[in-house]
Design a protein around this ligand. Structure first.
Ligand code: HEC
Length: 142
């Protein structure tokens, strides 16, 4: 259970702090056709909006709404919405894996939040944000 956290901390420390200190950008460039890039960035902005709406639902104690947003906008059910199958062939395997990790984490959150246990809820939520961070630390679009 501790291992992934240690690995992620390493990625963040060396990926973010390391490149910042050196004034360099070591992220791998991924080339997407223009329309797919526009679409992917659009869905990224919706990812952030969905996170915000999840937090807002949690603040209102509305776990059903938090689950619905997580599953439909970030979870396994959201993959068709994001056109994931169109962009996936252009992504390096590690990026695809991190993307799938996000969808799985969001679907797990949708189940966890309905247990009404704050610790489980926030742990599952932080596994969603960990996927966002891991991918952003490693990849950029061209
Ligand atoms: C599989 C990889 C991956 C995952 C997972 C991921 N992103 Fe991104 N995201 C990217 C890439 C690549 C970019 C473009 C970064 C660049 O080119 O500098 C990006 C850009 C963004 C942007 C900027 C959009 C714009 O208009 O420029 C936002 C906001 C964002 N992501 C939010 C999120 C959030 C929130 C999550 C998690 C819920 C998330 N992303 C998960 C890969 C990912």
């Amino acid at each position: 259970m501790k291992m992934p956290q240690i690995v992620l901390t390493g990625v963040l420390f060396f990926g973010t702090t390391g490149t910042w200190a050196a004034g360099m950008d070591a992220r791998q460039e991924v080339s997407l056709p223009a329309t797919l890039k526009t679409h992917m960035l659009h869905s990224m902005r919706d990812h952030l909006l969905a996170l915000h709406e999840i937090l807002d639902a949690l603040a209102r104690d509305d776990s059903d709404e938090a689950a619905r947003i997580a599953e439909s906008r970030l979870g396994m059910s959201s993959m068709a919405l994001h056109g994931a199958n169109k962009a996936a062939p252009y992504m390096p395997p590690a990026m695809r894996k991190t993307g799938m990790g996000l969808h799985h984490a969001a679907s797990r959150f949708a189940l966890a939040v309905q247990e009404e246990d704050p610790r489980k809820t926030y742990k599952a939520l932080s596994q969603i944000t960990a996927s966002c961070i891991a991918c952003h630390a490693q990849f950029k679009l061209r």
